[in-house]
Ligand binder design. Structure first.
Ligand code: 13P
Length: 396
């Protein structure tokens, strides 16, 4: 039977049925339903990439490992390079990315690297394919497939994420090039609402993308980033996050996405960046784990948090606090800024600093690897690691 007719004949929950489950707050019922969908989706995908997707997701979500996000678009990469006085040329981007991927032993802590399209096709300064270096390091190459954020007409100054047009053929080409997982980042702003429209659009876009990525052999990272911007307290973030993840899983199920073959990239539940009341790592862990328990089915293998403008130290301490007791998922990191910030500054664009910068990267990667297994102590951290990196309305 053709894949399309199989998809049509699959059981899909209607929204009122699902919302009833939510209202009853009987997470077991919700999970049974999720699992029913996940099981049927597995059958649908069987014979295509199902087994491989599950294997890839498990490999990325392996103990003591997380993701290095190095998928800054050329525009964002330009801002990072400008911060150390470098021009945004392909040669400078190549030099920086070579430094990152060739840090010796990085694969002891990092199981996946998210690349920007340019990097997937790029070679190192010595002419070796970046993808090959990653594979040698036992790091799975991934690819950012969204096309960025644009204003969402009819909303309260909110955004939506583009990139569905031509996505299937791009995913197929990325697979050929060696990518095995994908990332799509959309954002939700608390000070601007979030409006029901923006949340629905974010969730629907993520679900369509996830389904297309799986069809083409790529494990989708599902990333509805709840921006840190705002003066709101942690309870408000929690409320919004519950709403966002409920919508996301509803539409993932409707689109027959196989939950065993996805990875999530959530924001941790924290107070807004401009909120006067700060939260301890234990509070962040409590709220965030509560969110996961209420909204994320245990079939999902890996929860790979973004850092979102937290300092390097904060991001590691919060992750460590979440891993103090067992939970059903692999709770880990997929940091860009919280892995790279001090590394970039240490490099400063000078060849003689490459080794020192790689050492800094390895220190951060190791710290987060320890945090993934709940064994990070926080000793001996530099002053730089404590600096926050929040930027209002950060794009990627
Ligand atoms: P950070 O918030 O950790 O900088 O990265 C966000 C992201 O989506 C990178 O892939």
């Amino acid at each position: 039977m053709a894949a399309s007719s199989l998809l049509k004949s699959s059981p899909v929950l209607n929204k009122s049925e699902w919302v009833k489950g939510q209202t009853l707050r009987q997470s077991s019922i919700v999970f049974v339903r999720f699992n029913r969908i996940a099981k049927s989706a597995l059958t649908i995908k069987a014979g295509s990439y199902a087994d491989e997707l599950v294997k890839t997701a498990k490999t990325v979500a392996s103990p003591g490992h997380g993701i290095m996000a190095m998928d800054e678009s050329n525009a964002t990469c330009g801002k990072r390079l400008a911060s150390i006085g470098l021009e945004n040329t392909e040669a400078n981007r190549q030099a920086y990315r070579t430094l990152l991927v060739s840090a010796p032993g990085l694969g002891n802590y990092v199981s996946g690297a998210i690349l920007f399209e340019e990097t997937l096709y790029q070679s190192t300064v010595d002419g070796k394919k970046i993808v090959d270096i990653l594979v040698e390091q036992k790091i799975v190459p991934g690819i950012k497939v969204d096309k960025g954020l644009v204003p969402l007409a009819g909303s309260n100054d909110e955004s939506w994420c583009q990139g569905l047009d031509g996505l299937a053929s791009r995913c197929a080409a990325y697979y050929q090039q060696g990518a095995r997982f994908a990332k799509w980042r959309t954002v939700v702003s608390i000070p601007n609402g979030p409006s029901a429209l923006a949340v629905k659009e974010a969730a629907w876009g993520l679900a369509r993308y996830a389904s297309i990525a799986q069809d083409n052999g790529l494990v989708p990272i599902v990333e509805p980033e709840i921006l840190l911007d705002g003066e709101h307290g942690i309870d408000r973030t929690f409320e919004v996050a519950q709403n966002v993840w409920a919508e996301v899983f509803f539409y993932l199920a409707q689109n027959n996405v196989m939950f065993e073959g996805i990875l999530l990239k959530p924001s941790m539940v924290t107070p807004g960046a401009e909120c006067k009341e700060r939260a301890t790592p234990e509070q962040v862990a409590d709220y965030t784990l509560n969110l996961l328990r209420r909204r994320i089915p245990p079939a999902v293998p890996g929860i790979m948090f973004l850092s979102g403008g937290q300092s390097e130290l904060e991001a590691t301490l919060n992750l460590n606090a979440m891993n103090q007791s067992p939970n059903p998922w692999h709770v880990s990191f997929s940091y860009a800024r919280a892995l790279q910030n001090t590394c970039l500054k240490t490099w400063g664009g000078l060849p003689e600093n490459v080794k020192a910068a790689q050492d800094v990267l390895l220190t951060r990667a190791k710290a987060n690897s320890l945090a993934q297994i709940g064994k990070y102590t926080g000793e001996g951290e530099s002053a730089e690691a404590k600096e926050g990196m929040f930027v209002k309305g950060y794009t990627y």
